[in-house]
Design a protein around this ligand. Structure first.
Ligand SMILES: [Zn+2]
Length: 325
């Protein structure tokens, strides 16, 4: 994935959005500009000239390779007009708490709730940018549990509890909260925590946790530990205030979102959306978030309906093999 270009054009308000994306051509032009910020380049032969077919394919004038702005992305095979996808991306990114499937179904006039639900799950999968910068400075790390009844399995004791690892930057003198990361982890093993920390936090950072003794020596070599004093509580004394606050916000979100029908396999999608929104909460222009999503959608891979959930079981099996072997 190429680096995000921050100076690209984006609508500054909903009025501007509506004026700019009235028709499909305007939407395709925007996708084009984000996919090829320096102009068209053939994927196969690097030629820079193309012509556009009636089916909105960009065809290389030399090797005739066909390029599509939607095929191979999450919009692949969608029968809805591209303008609907743009409106969905606009609402998804610019509404303060996002949009749920019922809202989206109503707003776009879909006959099917399922379509709206799947669109949102697909968009959530586009909120995380590959190779994003790791957290740095002073970072608070903690784990918390989200639990509830698993849908449709009453009476079988299928209480679905899921562990979430959280990392929160609190680096400046006022200890304001910076960027965050949230990840479903399978257990409290050193392997799970080490993977979470090394994937999300820059080596050399100061890590504050309340259970440092359980961390591996590899982590102890790469990071500095900030001792915490959990005997004092309250905003001014809780040295893990940031991560504790984020944990409580996420728990509230989950209660509101799943309404008692908690499904662990979809949790990571919601966490990803939450992180996307949280890390851009101070963004001056709402349209920047929209541009970011459109760019990540144009770079995305096709997701089949049955791939929308996070398949946790194979990882779980792999992990238990790792740990026993
Ligand atoms: Zn070519």
């Amino acid at each position: 994935m190429q680096d995000f270009i921050i100076n690209a054009d984006f609508p500054k308000s909903e009025i501007e959005f509506d004026l700019q994306f009235l028709n499909p051509d305007a939407c395709y032009d925007y996708l084009f500009a984000l996919k090829w910020p320096h102009g068209f380049v053939c994927k196969k032969c690097k030629n820079e000239n193309y012509w556009i077919s009636k089916r909105q394919l960009y065809i290389c004038t030399v090797c005739e390779h066909q390029h599509s702005l939607t095929a191979g992305t999450i919009m692949d095979s969608s029968k809805k007009p591209i303008t609907y996808w743009f409106k969905a991306m606009w609402w998804f990114t610019t509404r303060k708490s996002g949009v749920n499937a019922v809202n989206l179904q109503e707003l776009l006039g879909f006959g099917s709730y399922d379509t709206a639900w799947h669109w949102l799950q697909k968009l959530r999968r586009c909120t995380i940018r590959k190779n994003r910068e790791k957290l740095s400075g002073r970072v608070e790390v903690d784990e918390f549990v989200i639990g509830g009844q698993r849908a449709g399995k009453r009476g079988r004791g299928a209480e679905a509890k899921t562990i979430v690892a959280a990392a929160v930057e609190r680096c400046d003198e006022k200890k304001q909260i910076g960027r965050i990361r949230l990840q479903v982890i399978l257990d409290y093993s050193a392997y799970s925590l080490e993977t979470f920390i090394t994937e999300n936090i820059q080596p050399g950072s100061n890590i504050a946790t309340d259970s440092w003794s359980s961390y591996t020596s590899i982590l102890k070599e790469q990071y500095h530990h900030v001792p915490t004093n959990q005997s004092k509580v309250g905003k001014d004394h809780d040295s893990l205030y940031g991560v504790h606050l984020v944990a409580s916000l996420v728990k509230r979100l989950v209660r509101g979102t799943f309404q008692g029908r908690f499904e662990p396999k979809y949790l990571q999608n919601y966490l990803d959306e939450y992180v996307f929104r949280f890390n851009r909460r101070k963004s001056k222009y709402i349209g920047k978030k929209f541009m970011r999503i459109v760019q990540q959608v144009v770079e995305s891979s096709k997701i089949k309906w049955d791939q929308i959930k996070w398949d946790l079981d194979p990882i779980s099996e792999y992990l238990s093999l790792e740990l026993s072997g």
